[in-house]
Design a protein around this ligand. Structure first.
Ligand code: GLU
Length: 552
C-alpha cells in the first residue's frame, strides 16, 4: 500500500508539511529547568472549585521555575461549547490571583489557544500518521458499531475497535477510494500497536510508578466532520506548545497508555505527568438504618462546587488559595507557622510533597485557615478588602463602612498586629456581625444579663461607672475605676479574693464588666472593652448605658 497516496486521497485540503508547524513553533527560549504547564479545560460554562488544584499546581510549577503557564481551550466537542466561557474561566482564576501567561485573551506566540481554531494543524499531523501507515480511515456506520458493541457485550469482552473486531484496518487503496468517491463518511483511526496482554510501566510524578495495560484499541483520531478528538488534539498541542508537565485529573490516567502510543507514533517527546486525585467530600448515607460517612466526589450540584460562589459568600481569595495549598503540599502548614507574614509565593512548592491519595474537602478547615489568613492582614488591608467586597455584596454595610473609613479602621485594628492577633471572622460576610454594634443603625442588645443579678445592682453599677468615666483615662485607670464600681455596689473588686470566698459576695468585678459589655455592645462576647469604649466615644457609651438602664 502506498500510504502517501492514501494520505493525499484523504486530505486533499492539507497543503502543508508538519515541518511548517515545527518551524512556526520552535522550542521556547526559557532558562534551564523552566517548566511549561497548561490548564486545558473544556468550556462547559461552569468553573469547578476542583479546578483550582491542578491550576495552582501548574501556576506554581511554571512561575517558580521561570516558565510559562498557559490556558488552552479544548472545545473540539462543539456540542458542549458555551458562549463566553473562556472569559469566565480567566476571570474566575484571576479573582483568585492566578494569572495565565498565554491564552485566547492574553495572546502568545504558540497560539491559537482554542482547539477549534487549530483544525488545519491537527489535520496536517493526522495526514502525516496516515502517510506513515499509522492511521487509517474507517467507514463503519453507527449501526455497525452498535452491533459490534452488542456482540462484545454478549461475549463479555472489552468493548472497542480492536483485534479481531477491526474491519477497516486493511482496506486496500482501491476500496478506500471507492468509498470516498461514493461520498461515504469516515473517521480516522489510530493503528494501535499495543497488546492488552502486556503491561506498561509508567512513572507519574504524583502517583509514582504504576503498571497499566497496554492500549490495543484503534481509537478515533479524527471524527467524521474532520475535527480531531481530544486525544489527538492534546498530543499535537502539548508538543507544539512545548508543554513540559501535564497536570490533570486522575480520570485521564486510563487514557495514558493510548496517549503514550500517540506521542511515540509522532515521535514527540513525552511530557512529564502529574495526575491529581479527585477532590472528595464526606457525605452521610443511610444503610440498614445506620448512618455512615462515605467519601464522594465533589460534584457540580454540591454546595461549594462552583469556584466563584466562594467570592459571593465572602471568602477572601487569599484564604481559599492558602487552604488549597495546605491540601496540596503536606509541609505548607509548617512553613506558614515559621513564616506567618511571608507572601505565599515564597513557599517552595514541591511535587514530592503532594499526596497521591487526594484531598478531602473540609469547610471547617477552610474556615480555620481563613481566620488565620485574615488575622494577619493589617487594619488597612482588611478595610480595603471588606469595603471592596461589600460594595458588591452588601451595599448597606458598605455605606456605613465607607462613610467614615478612619472609624472603621480603628475598629478593625483592635487586637491586630501582635503575636496573637484576634481571629474573629473567617469570611468578609462575617465582618458586619462582628463589628456591627459600633454603628447605631446595626446596634441591638441580643444577649441578656443572667437573672441571678439584682436589677438594682446593675443600675447602680451603671450609674457609678458613668459618674467616674473619663475618656482620657489610660487602660489601668479605666480598669481601676471598674474595680471601684464593683466595690461600690458590694461586689468583690478582686478576682482572687472572690474565688477564695465566693459566698461572701453577690458578684465580682468580672460581673460588672459583663453588665457594661452587654449594655454597650449588646453581647456577652466582644473585643476589648477599653478599646471599644475609646472608639465609640464618650457620648455613645453613655447614651447606650443610659438606654440599657431604662430597659431594666
Ligand atoms: N480537556 C480535558 C478536560 O476537560 C483536559 C485533559 C488534560 O488536561 O489533558 O479535562
Amino acid at each position: 500500500m502506498d500510504y502517501n497516496k492514501l494520505a493525499d486521497l484523504l486530505f486533499p485540503d492539507v497543503d502543508k508539511e508538519t515541518s511548517y508547524y515545527e518551524d512556526l513553533y520552535p522550542p521556547r527560549n526559557l532558562p534551564e529547568g523552566a517548566m511549561v504547564t497548561r490548564f486545558a479545560p473544556s468550556p462547559t460554562g461552569f468553573v469547578h472549585f476542583g479546578g483550582l488544584f491542578p491550576v495552582l499546581v501548574c501556576e506554581r510549577l511554571a512561575h517558580q521555575s521561570g516558565g510559562v503557564f498557559y490556558l488552552r481551550i479544548e472545545d473540539t466537542d462543539s456540542k458542549r461549547e458555551v458562549e463566553g466561557a473562556e472569559k469566565d474561566i480567566i476571570n474566575a482564576f484571576e479573582t483568585f490571583g492566578i494569572k495565565f501567561d498565554e491564552s485566547v485573551v492574553h495572546g502568545g506566540s504558540y497560539g491559537p489557544y482554542r482547539q477549534s481554531d487549530r483544525r488545519d494543524i491537527y489535520r496536517c499531523y493526522a495526514k502525516k500518521l496516515v502517510s506513515e501507515g499509522k492511521a487509517y480511515p474507517c467507514f463503519c456506520t453507527a449501526e455497525e458499531l452498535s452491533e459490534l458493541r452488542e456482540r462484545q457485550e454478549a461475549a463479555k469482552v472489552v468493548p472497542g475497535y480492536y483485534g479481531e473486531y477491526v474491519k477497516c484496518r486493511d482496506l486496500t487503496y482501491e476500496q478506500v477510494k471507492k468509498n470516498i468517491d461514493a461520498g461515504k463518511p469516515f473517521v480516522l483511526r489510530f493503528k494501535s500497536f499495543g497488546d492488552s496482554r502486556n503491561k506498561i510501566k509508567f512513572t507519574d510524578l504524583v502517583k509514582g510508578t504504576i503498571e497499566i495495560t497496554e492500549n490495543d484499541i484503534d481509537h478515533v483520531l479524527l471524527k467524521s466532520d474532520g475535527m480531531p478528538t481530544y486525544h489527538l488534539a492534546h498530543a499535537v498541542d502539548d508538543h507544539l506548545m512545548h508543554t513540559t508537565h501535564v497536570v490533570r485529573g486522575e480520570e485521564w490516567l486510563s487514557s495514558l497508555p493510548y496517549h503514550i502510543q500517540l506521542f511515540r507514533a509522532f515521535d514527540f517527546r513525552l511530557p512529564k505527568y502529574l495526575h491529581i486525585s479527585q477532590l472528595m467530600r464526606l457525605a452521610e448515607v443511610e444503610e440498614d438504618g445506620i448512618v455512615k460517612q462515605v467519601k464522594k466526589k465533589l460534584s457540580k450540584r454540591d454546595k461549594g462546587a462552583g469556584l466563584t460562589s466562594y467570592i459571593g459568600e465572602g471568602y477572601a481569595p487569599e484564604c481559599v488559595i492558602e487552604y488549597v495549598m495546605t491540601l496540596l503540599n503536606s509541609n505548607f502548614e509548617e512553613w506558614r507557622k515559621a513564616n506567618p507574614f511571608a507572601p505565599i509565593e515564597d513557599f517552595k512548592f514541591s511535587v514530592k510533597k503532594m499526596s497521591a491519595s487526594g484531598s478531602l474537602f473540609d469547610l471547617k478547615k477552610l474556615e480555620d485557615v481563613s481566620k488565620n489568613v485574615l488575622s494577619r492582614f493589617s487594619a488597612d488591608e482588611i478595610y480595603e478588602r471588606v469595603a471592596a467586597w461589600s460594595s458588591v455584596y452588601d451595599k448597606e454595610f458598605n455605606l456605613l463602612l465607607t462613610s467614615d473609613p478612619d472609624y472603621a479602621k480603628r475598629i478593625l485594628a483592635i487586637g491586630r498586629g501582635g503575636n496573637k492577633p484576634r481571629k474573629d471572622f473567617a469570611l468578609y460576610s462575617e465582618v458586619k456581625g462582628y463589628m456591627g454594634f459600633f454603628y447605631d443603625s446595626l446596634f441591638e442588645v441580643s444577649d441578656s444579663i443572667p437573672d441571678n443579678f439584682k436589677k438594682e445592682d446593675i443600675k447602680n453599677a451603671i450609674d457609678l461607672f458613668i459618674k467616674g468615666y473619663d475618656e482620657n483615662d489610660d487602660r489601668q485607670t479605666w480598669f481601676d475605676k471598674i474595680k471601684d464600681v464593683a466595690a461600690g455596689i458590694g461586689y468583690c473588686p478582686d478576682m482572687k479574693a472572690y474565688k477564695a470566698a465566693p459566698d461572701r459576695y453577690p458578684g465580682h468585678v468580672g460581673d460588672v464588666s459583663m453588665f457594661l459589655r452587654i449594655a454597650v455592645t449588646g453581647r456577652m462576647n466582644s473585643p476589648d472593652m477599653y478599646d471599644v469604649m475609646n472608639i465609640l466615644g464618650k457620648s455613645r457609651v453613655v447614651s447606650r448605658l443610659e438606654a440599657f438602664k431604662n430597659t431594666l
